[in-house]
Design a protein around this ligand. Structure first.
Ligand code: NAP
Length: 302
């Protein structure tokens, strides 16, 4: 049984594809109000290439009693630990917990809460957004890398993902992937918020982008992530070109008055630099500007 904690964008994308492949899935929703609202909606809706289907997947709240052997955590990074804590006592001794959160930091918070479980980290380039509660649009095909920094043996359920058509790969280097994605995010997303612009408009700030890439590369090297540091500036420039017309996820969050995952992205990078006693200038200054920007809009800055 796949227990899926959080029925937002990615949770819905995984739950619906697993369920339609005939695999057993149960959603774990925030509370009884959300459960009632879900039952009213009659299931999860997924829209793909203009076609919408509804999947009446079973749902429960955290206080159900069924043991959990495989838990997919599909909350935002800042909600993951609290959400897992609510179901921790239901995890079986051989439980596996799959963490879909962007950035770094939330994975370690969850792992510390459930030392008996195997924690598997994921990094995904799939794109989905919520149109309404329990109605999700699959906006961008992508790929998901999965790995366990403690144990390079692949889990026995990758065949389920194959069966469900979830494009994936098991990697021994998941931390490198998560660091690289974090660095790309730190070089692009905060600037798009501060300059209130699309990714492509960062072409107007080449020295700001280059200086950030230089400090991010130093940080990756200091943290033992040499392969994540290689060619970072070039890839940042490629991403800026390839996504020139898009607004970054952080820009969209701020625009829509939603909390950002800053603490698990730029915040994590700045804390890591401090721990490594790296005398960086640009990254902490960027974080300070972003924190002020968020606070001025009444948004959480952590
Ligand atoms: P999302 O749409 O906001 O969904 C998060 C879900 O978690 C919400 O449905 C929320 O419930 C639920 N939740 C929070 N606390 C909970 C709790 N205690 N118990 C049960 N459910 C709880 O977020 P998302 O876009 O799917 O993002 C999830 C993670 O994936 C993030 O770290 C994000 O950066 C990463 N990611 C997302 C995408 C994407 O395209 N969306 C792509 C790659 C990576 P409510 O509905 O009740 O608020």
């Amino acid at each position: 049984m796949w227990h899926i904690l959080g029925a937002g964008s990615l949770g819905t994308l995984w739950a619906t594809r697993l369920a339609r492949a005939g695999l057993p899935v149960a959603l774990i929703l925030r509370d009884s109000q959300r459960l009632a609202r879900y039952q009213q909606a009659g299931g999860l809706s997924l829209t793909e290439q203009g076609h919408t289907h509804r999947y009446p997947i079973a749902a429960q709240t955290a206080d159900a009693t069924q043991p959990i052997t495989r838990l997919l955590v599909a909350c935002k990074a800042y909600d993951a630990a609290n959400a897992v804590a609510q179901v921790a006592q239901r995890l079986s001794p051989d439980a596996q917990v799959i963490l879909l959160q962007n950035g770094l930091g939330s994975q370690a918070q969850v792992a510390a809460l459930v030392p008996q479980a195997r924690c598997i980290f994921a990094s995904s380039t799939e794109g989905a957004f919520r149109q309404e509660d329990f109605q999700v649009v699959f906006a961008g095909q992508g790929h998901t890398w999965l790995g366990d920094p403690q144990d390079s043996c692949a889990p026995d359920w990758l065949g389920d993902l194959q069966q469900a058509g979830i494009s994936h790969e098991w990697t021994p280097d998941i931390l490198s992937r998560l660091w690289r994605k974090l660095a790309l995010n730190c070089a692009i997303n905060p600037l798009t918020v501060l300059h209130d612009c699309r990714n492509g408009e960062l072409r107007q700030y080449p020295s700001e982008v280059a200086a950030l890439c230089d400090e991010l590369s130093q940080l990756l090297l200091a943290c033992g992530q040499a392969s994540a540091a290689a060619g970072l500036h070039e890839q940042v420039q490629q991403v800026i070109e390839a996504t020139a017309h898009n607004y970054s996820s952080m820009h969209q969050d701020v625009q829509q008055g939603r909390r950002t995952e800053i603490s698990y992205l730029l915040g994590y990078a700045c804390r890591a630099a401090h721990q490594q006693q790296l005398p960086l200038v640009q990254l902490p200054a960027l974080q300070q500007r972003l924190v002020h920007h968020l606070q001025a809009r009444g948004l959480p800055s952590h």
